[in-house]
Design a protein around this ligand. Sequence first.
Ligand code: TUI
Length: 310
Amino acid sequence: MKNINELLGTKYPLIQGGMANIATAELASAVSNAGGLGLIGAGGYDVNWVRTEIRKCKALTDQPFGVNIMLMSPHAKDIAQLVIDEGVKIVTTGAGSPGIYMDAWKQAGIKVIPVVPSVALAIRMERAGADAVVAEGTESGGHIGELTTMALIPQVSSAVSIPVIAAGGIADQRGVLAAFALGAKGVQVGTILLATKECPIHENYKKVILEAKDTDTVVTGRNTGAPVRVIKNKMAVEYLRIAQLGLPLAEMEKLTLGSLRKAVFDGDIDNGSFMAGQISGLIKEVKTVKEVLSDLFDHIDQYKASLEVL
Ligand code: TUI
């Protein structure tokens, strides 16, 4: 099995989460320049926005980077073609199955790494030609599946032969080593990268992450079939209240993506949707992306040796 660093062309076996409205060329290039795989998060943006960010990223780094395509987006099909036209080398996908695009991407020589919440989808993706999968536990921020990282990673690792990259609840060396112990060959992180100098979000978003404790996230959207983990605030409580009233799906989704923008761009503490993982409570300071990656991996052998449990 290929080592993740060889597959991605990275120094560290780390992928940045494809965080919608947050993962711009600025963040992606910072992660790639620090030795991980940076991603431009296409989110709900159109082809023109994504093209501009890809070109910016090419100018900001000579290291490999990728694009994350959020499959619930109405622009997903156009972006699927754009990545081919722009010569993007690595694509990750979220919030759906990328099956219909796989052949075209493989033919273009793109490495495809779908994000999956279950064994069944991981197996389907391996059969369709995926180069690796990100198995994402329900601890993650944003749109999530049901299974915890602890239960998902070993089951996916046993079910497929392609490398598994673990996501959900990882923000320090303990999390990285736990992921490896469960069978993962790499990690994807999102929440820890929110608290970085390079992350282009409103300062209030960073403050919300630093102040959050372990129990401060909730899941909205369970009723609409699109569960989304966010920091519990006025907006989240209100959402959960009206969810019981049974509004149409479109109304609820408008509320979520619109409010994510309010969090990211306006830092609107009450009305923003601050997507973040359960590990937020561990994050206590804003660092540079380079410091975050170094803290996650450098001298990890020494840390491992200090685990005198058995
Ligand atoms: O996609 C994510 N995380 C996201 S996307 C996002 S933007 C958004 N905002 C509001 C509503 C919905 C999306 C914010 N965070 N992570 C990867 C992920 N993919 N998590 C879960 C899944 C997933 C779920 C079901 C993948 C496939 C799936 O089923 C596919 C099928 O057809 O079987």
